[in-house]
Ligand binder design. Structure first.
Ligand SMILES: NC(=O)c1ccc[n+]([C@@H]2O[C@H](COP(=O)([O-])OP(=O)(O)OC[C@H]3O[C@@H](n4cnc5c(N)ncnc54)[C@H](O)[C@@H]3O)[C@@H](O)[C@H]2O)c1
Length: 338
């Protein structure tokens, strides 16, 4: 078991074949409400059986459909019927959509109850369930939310090993990102394995990188921004093309790699080959340069001098810089924008 602490109230456990002992020891807990989604229902059912307290399973709609105020309202109704009390626990079993909703519900139910998260996607395990941010979509993505740390996050690598290819790959993009900004060993593991990195190596290490950054900067005043490597251009590409988030981020990392090469001599073509070897996209051919520019400008990452972007001086050495319009243009064209 790998055990990673975030602050003094949240522990992340990474193991294989998680079953009993999911909830932290506590004598005053009587009930647990388990929120889950279609792709994680079997895992949730298995965990419920060994929960050791009275439980209720709440099935959320799949993916982003779960992250609405309507769904959250329906969950509150179920918790009221179930009589979930202030010493009870909300458990989220699923991908990032479920852990976001479970965290938000826990933060707001009775002004805050304990949450325990069991991420069942790789993106959930290395990113969404780590760091205490929760988000609900209202018009825009994640516009409503709260900071609320779970008391425990439990990652079962056996579950992640069985993920369908595309869902695994989206998580690989975020794991590679954490390696590039904070842990060269993760990057070496991707290189060594020809793109099929061992989860036993990369998952606990990726979590440790995010945990360290979050510990340093709980409210996102500075350091946490380095987690956005690949996300400035990636987010624009995601909206402009509809590519899944992780795929768009990998394109964004390649683009940021080129700006990093021009400024700091970072090896852009090495990164591009590595991203390709993993099976992630390195380009978004045909996307409009103007559309991307507008989306980036709208994304609030612009200061008076230009667009703020995370660049790499080297693997493990990120820096938050302001890039010029010319650099942004070159980066966008390098990923096939026209
Ligand atoms: N709070 C944060 O800090 C943070 C960070 C990153 C992302 N997020 C959020 O996370 C969400 C994306 O997370 P995601 O990619 O996990 O999406 P998701 O929760 O929508 O899950 C993606 C799909 O995987 C399925 N699935 C889940 N577990 C599975 C399993 N074990 N086997 C097979 N299928 C399974 C789900 O049913 C769903 O169809 C977004 O809403 C994003 O905003 C939040």
């Amino acid at each position: 078991v790998d055990r990673i602490l975030i602050g003094d109230s949240c522990e992340v456990l990474v193991d294989r074949g998680v079953s009993g002992g999911l909830l932290p020891e506590r004598t005053d807990r009587e009930k647990a409400a388990i929120l889950t989604q279609p792709g994680a229902r079997a895992v949730a059912t298995g965990l419920a059986a060994s929960m050791g307290v009275e439980h209720l399973i709440v099935d959320l709609p799949d993916r982003e459909e779960a992250k609405t105020l309507d769904t959250v309202g329906l969950v509150y109704d179920r918790l009221a019927e179930f009589n979930l009390g202030r010493h009870d626990t909300v458990v989220g079993v699923g991908g990032g959509a479920v852990t976001d909703v479970a965290g938000f519900v826990a933060a707001t139910w009775l002004r805050g109850v304990e949450s325990v998260l069991v991420p069942t996607t790789m993106l959930g395990a290395v990113d969404a369930a780590i760091g205490g941010k929760t988000g609900i979509n209202v018009g825009g993505k994640n516009l409503v939310g709260a900071f609320w740390h779970p008391s425990r996050v439990v990652v079962d690598l056996d579950v992640l090993d069985r993920l369908p290819g595309a869902i695994r790959l989206e998580g690989d993009a975020e794991a590679l990102k954490t390696g590039l900004i904070g842990d060269p060993e993760i990057v070496t593991e991707y290189e060594r394995s020809g793109g099929r990195a061992s989860l036993d190596v990369i998952v606990p290490r990726s979590i440790a990188v995010k945990a360290a950054v979050v510990d340093e900067d709980f409210r996102e005043s500075g350091r946490r921004a380095i987690l956005n490597f690949g996300h400035t251009i990636g987010h624009a590409v995601e909206i402009a093309t509809g590519l899944p988030h992780g795929f768009a981020v990998s394109v964004g990392m390649v683009a940021a790699g080129l700006v990093s090469e021009r400024r700091y001599g970072f090896d852009h073509s090495w990164l591009s080959h590595l991203v390709f070897a993993i099976g992630l996209p390195v380009a978004a051919a045909g996307v409009s340069v103007d559309t991307c520019r507008e989306l980036i400008a709208r994304d609030k990452k612009r200061s008076a001098e230009g667009i703020r972007m995370v660049l790499l001086r080297a693997v493990g050495d990120p820096v938050l810089d302001t890039v010029t319009d010319e650099e942004l243009d070159v980066a966008l064209r390098s990923i096939g924008a026209e």
